[in-house]
Design a protein around this ligand. Structure first.
Ligand SMILES: [Zn+2]
Length: 218
C-alpha cells in the first residue's frame, strides 16, 4: 500500500466550535469542557488515532474474502463541534464481494451529526445543573433541548441495554452508577483532562461502527 494514503483530512480548524465571546464563562469546569471542544491539538490527536485505525483496517484487507480494500469514505455533516466531514470507510475491491468495512473511530459515534466528543463532553458538563444554566450552555453551543434530551435517554436506555455495555461494565470496580452515565464513566478514568477524554472515546470505540450502531441508534 502506498504510504500516506491515509493522511488525516485537514480543514477541521476552520469550523471552530464557538468563539471565546460566545462561551459561557464558569469557574466550575464548564469553561474547561467548552475549551476542549475547540482544542485543536486534541482534534489533531483524534484525527491521528482515526487515521491509524483506518490504516490498520486497510492493511488487514477484506474480512470476508481477504481482497484489497479501496477508500469509500462516508460524508458527514458535522454540527456543534469540529468540522469533520468525512468518516474513513472502505469497500472490498473484489468484483463479487464489494463488502464495506468501516473502522472504529474516536471521532464519530455512529451516524450522529455531532462528534463523539461533543456528545460526551456536553452530557458530562450539564449533569446535575439547574435548567436555567443548561439552557444558557445550550444556547451558547446552539444545541436544541430535544437533542440534549435524546442524548440523555440514549445513555440511560440504549447504551445501558447494549451488549457492549453489558460486557464492558464488568471492567469497572466498583461498578459504575448507570443512572449518572456518562459522568460516572468520565470520573472513572482518573487522567489528565485531555487524556481522559481520549480514554473515554477509546473506550467507546467498539460501538462506533455501523454494525454496532444498529443496536444503539436513536
Ligand atoms: Zn471482500
Amino acid at each position: 500500500m502506498r504510504a500516506g494514503i491515509l493522511n488525516p483530512l485537514g480543514g477541521c480548524s476552520q469550523g471552530a466550535f464557538c468563539s471565546p465571546s460566545q462561551c459561557v464563562k464558569k469557574k466550575n469546569g464548564e469553561t474547561w469542557h467548552q475549551s476542549q471542544l475547540v482544542d485543536q491539538e486534541l482534534q489533531q490527536l483524534l484525527e491521528k488515532v482515526d487515521a491509524d485505525l483506518a490504516q490498520e483496517a486497510c492493511q488487514k484487507g477484506c474480512l470476508f474474502c481477504h481482497g484489497k480494500l479501496h477508500r469509500a469514505d462516508f460524508d458527514r455533516k458535522p454540527r456543534g463541534g469540529p468540522q469533520w466531514d468525512r468518516r474513513y470507510s472502505f469497500c472490498c475491491a473484489e468484483e463479487d464481494c464489494r463488502r464495506r468495512r468501516t473502522p472504529e473511530s474516536v471521532r464519530f459515534l455512529g451516524r450522529r451529526v455531532y462528534a463523539g466528543l461533543v456528545v460526551v463532553l456536553i452530557s458530562v458538563m450539564i449533569h446535575g445543573l439547574k435548567p436555567g444554566r443548561v439552557r444558557r450552555i445550550r444556547e451558547a453551543l446552539q444545541i436544541d433541548s430535544r437533542t440534549l434530551k435524546r442524548w440523555r435517554q440514549w445513555w440511560l436506555d440504549s447504551f445501558v441495554r447494549s451488549s457492549f455495555w453489558k460486557a464492558a461494565r464488568a471492567r469497572f470496580m466498583p461498578p459504575l452508577c448507570e443512572r449518572t452515565l456518562p459522568l460516572s464513566l468520565w470520573l472513572s478514568f482518573e487522567l489528565e483532562e485531555r487524556q481522559r477524554l481520549l480514554a473515554v472515546l477509546q473506550f467507546l470505540r467498539p460501538i462506533t461502527t455501523p454494525t454496532a450502531w444498529k443496536e444503539l441508534a436513536m
